[in-house]
Each structure stands twice: as C-alpha cells, then as structure tokens.
Write a protein that binds this ligand. Structure first.
Ligand code: PHB
Length: 595
C-alpha cells in the first residue's frame, strides 16, 4: 500500500526500507538479511530525518511497521542508550553518535583535515566544509561554520543532491554510465528532492539568482529551460565537464538564494578524489565570480596542505576491541520479548570499525563483537543491502550512509540540550531544582534549568545571570581557571555583600577557590540569597576544561550541610559524569556549543 498526502512523495508503507532518495532503485532483499535489524535501521533513519524526535504513532505511519514492532524497536534502542522516550516521543540520544563516529574515525579525514579546514575558515572568515561522495549525493563530514547573513547551515551527516552543490560536479567527474543512470532515476523518482531533508525542495528557490556556474558558462550552455536554478541534466553534465577541466566548481545559489560556494577536490596519495573542500559565502559579501577570484588561490593552498597531511600522517595503530556485543544476551534475559537481540547485535557490528580499523574481515568483526561468525555475517549482509557497508576482496568498510543514523540532528545539539534529560533525572532523585550554567565575563549565566515544583523565592530561567563569586556554579567555574586568570578576575571584581554571609574579601575568596579546585565541588550557603543553599560541580569537555557547571539549589532548611554532601553530592557528580560521557561522544568530531 502506498500513502500519498499532497506535496509528499510516495512512501511504501508496507516495507521498512529507508526512504532516502539514494535507494530509489531498491535491490531485492537478500534472503539472509536480518529483519529486525532492517526495521531498526528504518526507524533510526525516520527519527533522524524528522530532526531527532518523533512520536511513536508517527513512526508507525512513516515506516508502515506494526505498532507492537515499533514499540519493541524503541525499547531495544532505549536499552542500548540510543534513544529515550519523552512522553510519547522517541528522542535520539548523543550516545547514538558512536555509530557515525565509527565511520568518521575510520575515514580519518575529519581528524586529519578538520584542523586545516578550521584554519582556512579562520583565514577566509567564511564557513569551510568537507564533503564526501555518497552515491549521487554529497555528505558532509566536517563543518567549520562562520555563517552570518544566511538561513541555512549544514552539519555533519547532512546529505545534499550532487547537482545542487559545488562538490557535486567534482565527484560526478568520476561517475560511470551506471552512476548517471542512477542519478537520472533518482531525479525522476524524486523531482522535488524530498529525499534530502536538509535542503529546500527543488524548484522552490526564488527567481533572480545568478545561475549554476555563471562565470564562464557562456550564454546558456544547456539549461533545462525550466524555472529556478535547476539546469537539468545538460546543465549538470556541462558543469561536471568544466569541473573536471578546471579542478574547481561553484554553487551559485543552487540550494537557496544568497548561498554560494566554491569547492576544490582533495586527492589521496593514490590520486583518487577523497573529498571536497568548500568555502561557503553569501551574495551579500561575494559574487560567485569574486568568490572564485579571491578565494580560489587560498583554498588551493589549503588543499595542497591537506594532501601533504594525507601523504605524511602516520597511521595510528588501533587496539582491537573485544566483546562489544557481550551485554546483549543479558539484556535479552532481562527484557525478554521486548528486546530485539538481533537488532542490538547488528548495531554493535558498526562499532567494530574505527580509526586504523577501516577495513575489516568477517573474522575481525566477529572477534571485536564476540558474535558468532554467522551472526556477524548476516548483520554485514544486511548493512550492505541497506548501503551502510561496502565490501571488497573479503573486507568490509563503513559507508557515509552510516551518518544518516542520527548524525544530522545530533551534530546540531548544544550542551544544554545534552544536559536537560540528565537534570530531569537528577531532580527526580533529589527533589530539588537543578541547573546548568556557563561563565560569561564575571557572571554565570543559566543555560538550562529543571525546577522541582517547590516554590522558591528565586525565579531563575535560562539567561538569568548572577555574580560568579557568590554562586556555587560560579565558584566551580572560577576555580577551573588558570591561577593567574583567577586572581585577575578577583582583582577586577568588587564583590558586594548580597547577604550578611557573602564572602567579599579577595584573599578569602582566593582561598575558597583553591579549596573548590581541590575538592571538586562548591557549596555556597546563603551567600547569594538568604535561605538559599546550593551545591555545584564542574562539567568537563574532552580536554578536561570545565565548560559548564551543574548545581542543585535548595532551601537551607531542607537538609543539613552534612546531609547535602552525603546525599546530593554523589548524585550531582553522577549527573556531571553522565553529561560528560554524552559530550565526549557527541563532541568527538564536532564542536558542541556550551550555551
Ligand atoms: C556547506 O558547506 O554548507 C556547503 C558546501 C557546498 C555547497 C553548499 C553548502 O554547494
């Protein structure tokens, strides 16, 4: 059965095959494919395409799966820590990024070239991205975003149709006839680019834009004659030919009015194009022509440095993981019929890959996961059918499509987003309000807060500021600064006595901060407001820097200081650790904004 609503492309509702346009031409399902794994992947992709959150009934509608199947898939993914339920909605969790990370680590490009891309962005004061070919699309594997007058920003994992991007023609230069056939079929099956949730529908762009590649395209070199920027097959073929000749390509507002990009291919030591670097700007700062004139030489220099890095970077020897799937049997015992063991086992297969482990044999996958060879083999066959794994000469590798499993929404999350569900859990345990804050100047600023329903005299919402010296989270964040910086801050502020108990003496404050640093927490008792006691610990990023602090605030009559330390501090620390664990996974290949 096929359900069509106006303005929507046909989605077969009786099969759980992902609706990504790149699989418009579906191969027959291999007899050895694992059904629950296929359906689980379909669910993950649906939630991902929906922006990381969707209701279970919506999932039933979009995947065509039975409600009971969706429930069991959700229960299994929740047990894996890849999804959480928020009321009736399924929400992807940062932990899920470990699947995409396995691909990004095995690719090596983000780690090796990301810093050079960031340096180029700094130098040009424009956004710079790295994209890899993904069948007839391009998929981003790195973004250093510096966007100003622009509505759209793409993130890691976003898939764009090749013909509407700057890297597209560079990749299409290497397509064979089969690839062009597939491209044509996808265009015919999905004329509005609905299979690319990151881009506005094709044909929806405003008129009056420049043209696909106006600078030297000459008078109409093969446009489709239609409206909007889509220049049809002849146009894309012509741009591809020119890109092959020149070694660069432009996107002059093919995605949306105002957005322009210049791309140059990056080749590996064997001469193959591995990815493309794009410098992205806006028509308010550049024309397509001036983008090429002013930026091309510098992008080329950066690409030369990137290609050098790829030739010279030492390979990192990787320790082989073991027993990745060992926990799945225990979960099956605990959760019974609600736990789809074959889905959980299948997904752990993806985590067997990584840096230095880009190409694995079946034996290596079986060894890393602890799965029987037959089980690992069937999972690999399933992933290959879904386009998430490729094979050659008896080895398997992950494909960019693994990034469709949650990366686009999860690479957009912020630290407050990560923290919130953990704060909710904490508040349920301690029955007092919990918050997250960052240091801004001499103040702390709240970025997330979960209230405990108890009436407190302080009304705090995200955005609220307090002087750092008198707040528990402020003390934790000040204590993390280098000693000289800490002293400079204390010297610059003139602490006010907000209550009779506020410590205002600089030497005394300095000693307090040393103690906070030593003990790893701050307890502030009625110094900010009478009757208010609060306890805070730092939240540290991968480098160990305190990027935020988390606290519990309560009325001072609620517990003695001793009980507060005994009962609340361990819970608070566990919360900070849970946030840090998520931050490490989500922030491995992308910068997570602290506020
Ligand atoms: C981007 O990095 O956001 C980007 C790259 C190439 C394009 C458009 C956008 O053609």
């Amino acid at each position: 059965m096929t359900v069509m609503t106006p303005g929507e492309s046909a989605v077969p509702t009786d099969s759980a095959v992902p609706t990504d346009s790149a699989v418009a031409v579906e191969a027959a399902v291999p007899s050895e494919a694992v059904g629950p794994l296929m359906r689980g992947i379909a669910v993950l992709r649906e939630i991902s395409d929906a922006g990381g959150r969707t209701s279970l009934s919506e999932l039933v509608r979009t995947t065509g799966l039975a409600r009971s199947t969706v429930d069991r898939i959700a229960a299994t993914l929740a047990r894996m820590g890849y999804l959480r339920m928020d009321g009736h909605s399924a929400v992807l969790t940062p932990r899920l990024m470990e699947l995409g990370n396995a691909y990004l680590a095995s690719l090596r490009l983000p780690r090796l070239l990301g810093p050079l891309a960031a340096q180029l962005a700094e130098e040009l004061d424009e956004s710079v991205s790295l994209a890899v070919p993904d069948r007839d699309g391009i998929r981003f594997v790195h973004q250093t975003t510096r966007r100003r007058a622009m509505s759209l920003t793409f993130r890691i994992g976003d898939l764009l149709p090749a013909e509407r991007t700057a890297p597209g023609p560079l990749f299409a230069a290497g397509w064979d006839e089969r690839a062009w056939v597939r491209w044509r079929e996808r265009r015919a099956a999905d004329p509005e680019d609905r299979g690319f949730p990151a881009v506005p529908p094709r044909g929806a762009e405003a008129d009056g834009r420049g043209g696909a590649d106006r600078d030297s395209a000459g008078p109409d070199d093969g446009g489709s004659g239609g409206d909007g920027p889509d220049d049809g097959e002849a146009g894309f073929a012509a741009r591809t030919e020119r890109a092959a000749e020149r070694g660069w390509a432009l996107d002059d507002q093919l995605i949306e009015p105002g957005l322009i990009a210049l791309a140059v291919p990056v080749r590996g030591p064997d001469g193959h194009v591995l990815c493309a670097v794009s410098a992205v700007s806006h028509t308010s700062r550049h024309s397509a022509d001036s983008l090429r004139r002013t930026l091309l030489p510098r992008v080329r220099e950066a690409v030369a440095a990137m290609e050098r890095e790829l030739r010279e970077a030492p390979t990192v020897p990787a320790a082989a993981p073991a027993g990745l799937a060992d926990w799945t049997s225990a979960s099956k015992q605990r959760l019974g019929a609600d736990f789809l063991e074959s889905l959980a086992r299948g997904l752990t297969v993806l985590t067997a890959f990584g840096e230095g482990r880009a190409e694995l044999t079946l034996s290596a996958v079986a060894e890393a996961t602890g799965l029987a060879r037959a089980t690992a083999r069937r999972a690999l066959i399933t992933f290959e059918h879904l386009g998430c794994v490729g094979s050659r000469d008896r080895t398997f590798r992950l494909t960019p499509r693994v990034l469709a499993l949650g990366c686009p929404p999860l690479s957009r999350i912020t630290l407050p987003d990560i923290a919130e569900p953990h704060l909710v859990t904490l508040v349920k345990k301690v029955h007092d309000s919990a918050s997250l804050a960052v240091l801004t100047g001499d103040d702390i600023q709240y970025t997330a807060r979960v209230a405990a329903g108890r009436v407190m005299s302080v009304t705090i919402t995200p955005g609220t500021r307090f002087p750092a010296y008198a707040a528990s989270m402020g003390r934790v964040l000040l204590a993390d600064l280098a000693p000289a910086e800490r002293l400079a801050r204390l010297a610059r502020t003139e602490p006010l006595a907000l209550t009779p108990r506020t410590v205002t003496d600089a030497a005394e404050l300095a000693a307090l901060l040393e103690r906070v640093e030593r003990e790893g927490y701050a307890l502030v008792d009625e110094e900010l407001e009478e009757g208010l006691r609060s306890l805070a610990v730092p939240v540290r990023d991968r480098t160990g820097r305190a990027v935020a602090a988390v606290n519990v605030a309560m009325h001072s009559s609620r517990r003695s200081v001793e009980r507060c330390l005994r009962e609340v501090l361990p819970e608070l620390r566990a919360t900070a650790e849970a946030i840090e664990a998520d931050l490490r996974i989500a922030g491995r290949f992308t910068r997570i904004p602290s506020a």
